[in-house]
Design a protein. Structure first.
Length: 201
Protein backbone atom coordinates (compact mmCIF):
# COMPACT_ATOMS: atom_id res chain seq x y z
CA UNK A 1 0.00 0.00 0.00
CA UNK A 2 1.25 3.48 -0.83
CA UNK A 3 2.04 5.89 1.97
CA UNK A 4 -0.64 8.13 0.45
CA UNK A 5 -3.31 5.45 0.90
CA UNK A 6 -2.10 4.75 4.41
CA UNK A 7 -2.44 8.46 5.14
CA UNK A 8 -5.80 9.11 3.49
CA UNK A 9 -7.52 5.79 2.89
CA UNK A 10 -7.91 6.79 -0.75
CA UNK A 11 -11.01 8.85 0.00
CA UNK A 12 -9.72 12.39 0.37
CA UNK A 13 -10.33 13.77 -3.13
CA UNK A 14 -13.12 16.15 -2.15
CA UNK A 15 -11.31 17.43 0.95
CA UNK A 16 -8.09 17.89 -1.00
CA UNK A 17 -9.87 19.86 -3.72
CA UNK A 18 -11.67 22.01 -1.15
CA UNK A 19 -8.39 22.86 0.56
CA UNK A 20 -6.82 24.06 -2.68
CA UNK A 21 -9.98 25.93 -3.68
CA UNK A 22 -9.81 27.81 -0.39
CA UNK A 23 -6.17 28.69 -1.02
CA UNK A 24 -7.05 29.96 -4.49
CA UNK A 25 -9.93 32.01 -3.08
CA UNK A 26 -7.54 33.59 -0.60
CA UNK A 27 -5.47 34.90 -3.50
CA UNK A 28 -2.65 32.37 -3.36
CA UNK A 29 -1.03 31.61 -6.71
CA UNK A 30 -1.91 28.01 -7.57
CA UNK A 31 -0.13 27.66 -10.90
CA UNK A 32 3.59 27.68 -10.08
CA UNK A 33 4.07 24.07 -11.19
CA UNK A 34 2.39 24.69 -14.54
CA UNK A 35 4.44 27.85 -15.14
CA UNK A 36 7.62 25.95 -14.29
CA UNK A 37 6.76 23.21 -16.79
CA UNK A 38 5.75 25.72 -19.46
CA UNK A 39 9.19 27.31 -19.20
CA UNK A 40 10.80 23.97 -20.06
CA UNK A 41 8.79 22.81 -23.08
CA UNK A 42 6.76 24.74 -25.66
CA UNK A 43 2.98 24.77 -25.92
CA UNK A 44 1.76 21.72 -27.79
CA UNK A 45 4.30 19.44 -26.09
CA UNK A 46 3.08 16.16 -24.63
CA UNK A 47 3.05 16.11 -20.82
CA UNK A 48 2.46 13.22 -18.44
CA UNK A 49 1.23 14.35 -15.02
CA UNK A 50 2.37 11.46 -12.81
CA UNK A 51 0.35 11.44 -9.61
CA UNK A 52 -2.02 14.02 -11.06
CA UNK A 53 -4.41 13.99 -8.09
CA UNK A 54 -7.38 16.28 -8.63
CA UNK A 55 -5.81 17.62 -11.83
CA UNK A 56 -4.90 21.13 -10.73
CA UNK A 57 -1.54 21.19 -12.57
CA UNK A 58 -2.64 19.27 -15.64
CA UNK A 59 -5.81 21.26 -16.20
CA UNK A 60 -3.80 24.48 -16.18
CA UNK A 61 -1.25 23.02 -18.61
CA UNK A 62 -4.06 21.93 -20.92
CA UNK A 63 -5.45 25.48 -20.79
CA UNK A 64 -2.00 26.69 -21.88
CA UNK A 65 -2.09 24.44 -24.94
CA UNK A 66 -0.26 21.30 -23.76
CA UNK A 67 -1.27 17.77 -24.75
CA UNK A 68 -1.66 16.17 -21.32
CA UNK A 69 -2.33 12.77 -19.77
CA UNK A 70 -2.93 12.34 -16.04
CA UNK A 71 -2.24 9.19 -14.02
CA UNK A 72 -3.08 8.56 -10.38
CA UNK A 73 -3.84 5.61 -8.11
CA UNK A 74 -6.48 7.35 -5.97
CA UNK A 75 -9.98 7.08 -7.50
CA UNK A 76 -11.35 9.79 -5.21
CA UNK A 77 -8.82 12.28 -6.57
CA UNK A 78 -9.44 11.23 -10.17
CA UNK A 79 -13.20 11.62 -9.70
CA UNK A 80 -12.64 15.30 -8.88
CA UNK A 81 -10.33 15.71 -11.89
CA UNK A 82 -12.78 13.99 -14.21
CA UNK A 83 -15.61 16.22 -13.04
CA UNK A 84 -13.50 19.37 -13.47
CA UNK A 85 -12.18 18.45 -16.93
CA UNK A 86 -14.13 15.55 -18.44
CA UNK A 87 -12.53 16.03 -21.83
CA UNK A 88 -9.02 15.26 -20.61
CA UNK A 89 -7.55 11.74 -20.28
CA UNK A 90 -7.41 10.60 -16.65
CA UNK A 91 -5.97 7.13 -16.00
CA UNK A 92 -6.21 5.15 -12.77
CA UNK A 93 -2.96 3.23 -12.41
CA UNK A 94 -0.11 2.43 -10.06
CA UNK A 95 2.94 4.39 -11.21
CA UNK A 96 5.15 1.41 -10.31
CA UNK A 97 3.35 -0.62 -12.97
CA UNK A 98 2.30 2.10 -15.42
CA UNK A 99 2.58 1.06 -19.07
CA UNK A 100 1.20 3.61 -21.54
CA UNK A 101 0.72 0.96 -24.22
CA UNK A 102 -1.59 -1.01 -21.92
CA UNK A 103 -4.00 1.92 -21.85
CA UNK A 104 -3.47 2.83 -25.53
CA UNK A 105 -1.48 5.97 -24.78
CA UNK A 106 1.59 6.85 -26.83
CA UNK A 107 4.72 6.79 -24.67
CA UNK A 108 6.78 9.56 -26.26
CA UNK A 109 6.20 12.35 -23.75
CA UNK A 110 8.23 15.54 -23.92
CA UNK A 111 7.92 16.05 -20.16
CA UNK A 112 6.88 14.05 -17.12
CA UNK A 113 5.98 16.05 -14.04
CA UNK A 114 5.61 14.54 -10.56
CA UNK A 115 4.56 17.41 -8.31
CA UNK A 116 3.00 17.28 -4.86
CA UNK A 117 5.33 14.95 -2.95
CA UNK A 118 4.66 11.98 -5.23
CA UNK A 119 7.90 10.15 -4.45
CA UNK A 120 7.74 10.36 -0.63
CA UNK A 121 4.14 9.10 -0.79
CA UNK A 122 4.79 6.00 -2.89
CA UNK A 123 4.66 2.50 -1.48
CA UNK A 124 7.95 1.82 0.30
CA UNK A 125 10.50 0.25 -2.00
CA UNK A 126 8.78 1.15 -5.27
CA UNK A 127 10.67 4.39 -5.87
CA UNK A 128 13.25 2.90 -8.30
CA UNK A 129 10.53 1.13 -10.27
CA UNK A 130 8.49 4.32 -10.56
CA UNK A 131 11.48 6.30 -11.82
CA UNK A 132 12.21 3.55 -14.36
CA UNK A 133 8.59 3.42 -15.54
CA UNK A 134 8.33 7.19 -15.89
CA UNK A 135 11.69 7.50 -17.64
CA UNK A 136 10.56 4.90 -20.16
CA UNK A 137 7.60 7.09 -21.16
CA UNK A 138 9.88 9.94 -22.25
CA UNK A 139 11.05 10.53 -25.79
CA UNK A 140 14.84 10.86 -26.19
CA UNK A 141 15.71 14.30 -24.87
CA UNK A 142 12.51 14.48 -22.83
CA UNK A 143 12.55 15.90 -19.31
CA UNK A 144 11.40 14.55 -15.96
CA UNK A 145 10.54 17.07 -13.23
CA UNK A 146 9.92 15.96 -9.64
CA UNK A 147 9.25 18.22 -6.68
CA UNK A 148 9.10 16.75 -3.19
CA UNK A 149 9.83 17.43 0.44
CA UNK A 150 12.92 16.16 2.19
CA UNK A 151 12.09 16.85 5.83
CA UNK A 152 9.14 16.69 8.20
CA UNK A 153 8.35 20.37 7.72
CA UNK A 154 7.57 19.74 4.05
CA UNK A 155 5.89 16.32 4.28
CA UNK A 156 2.74 14.79 5.76
CA UNK A 157 4.69 11.55 6.39
CA UNK A 158 8.20 10.83 7.69
CA UNK A 159 10.91 11.56 5.09
CA UNK A 160 11.65 8.48 3.00
CA UNK A 161 13.78 9.49 0.01
CA UNK A 162 16.92 11.63 -0.23
CA UNK A 163 18.17 13.58 -3.22
CA UNK A 164 21.24 11.30 -3.66
CA UNK A 165 18.89 8.30 -3.70
CA UNK A 166 16.58 9.94 -6.22
CA UNK A 167 19.49 10.95 -8.44
CA UNK A 168 20.81 7.38 -8.30
CA UNK A 169 17.43 5.98 -9.35
CA UNK A 170 17.35 8.46 -12.23
CA UNK A 171 20.87 7.55 -13.35
CA UNK A 172 19.99 3.85 -13.27
CA UNK A 173 16.97 4.61 -15.47
CA UNK A 174 19.15 6.38 -18.04
CA UNK A 175 18.37 9.93 -16.99
CA UNK A 176 20.94 12.72 -16.71
CA UNK A 177 20.79 15.44 -14.08
CA UNK A 178 20.03 18.90 -15.50
CA UNK A 179 19.26 21.26 -12.61
CA UNK A 180 17.67 21.59 -9.18
CA UNK A 181 15.53 24.35 -7.66
CA UNK A 182 14.10 25.26 -4.27
CA UNK A 183 10.70 26.46 -5.49
CA UNK A 184 8.38 26.25 -8.48
CA UNK A 185 9.40 29.87 -9.14
CA UNK A 186 12.81 28.41 -10.05
CA UNK A 187 14.71 29.83 -7.08
CA UNK A 188 18.14 28.14 -6.84
CA UNK A 189 18.27 25.10 -4.58
CA UNK A 190 19.73 26.05 -1.20
CA UNK A 191 20.01 22.67 0.58
CA UNK A 192 16.57 23.28 2.08
CA UNK A 193 13.75 20.87 2.83
CA UNK A 194 12.06 20.99 -0.58
CA UNK A 195 13.65 20.37 -3.97
CA UNK A 196 12.55 20.33 -7.59
CA UNK A 197 14.80 18.16 -9.72
CA UNK A 198 15.07 18.19 -13.51
CA UNK A 199 16.56 15.21 -15.37
CA UNK A 200 16.80 14.48 -19.10
CA UNK A 201 16.50 11.21 -20.96
Amino acid sequence: MSRWNELTGGTSGEDYAARFAALADSGKDMHGEARFCAALVPAGARVLDAGCGTGRVMIRLAELGYDCVGVDLDPSMLAVAQRAAPGLPWIEADLAEFDPAAVTVAGDFDLVVAAGNIFPLLAAGTEPAVVTRLAATLRPGGLMVAGFGLDEAHLPVPPSITLPEYDAYCAAAGLTFVDRFATWDADPYDDGGYAISVHRR
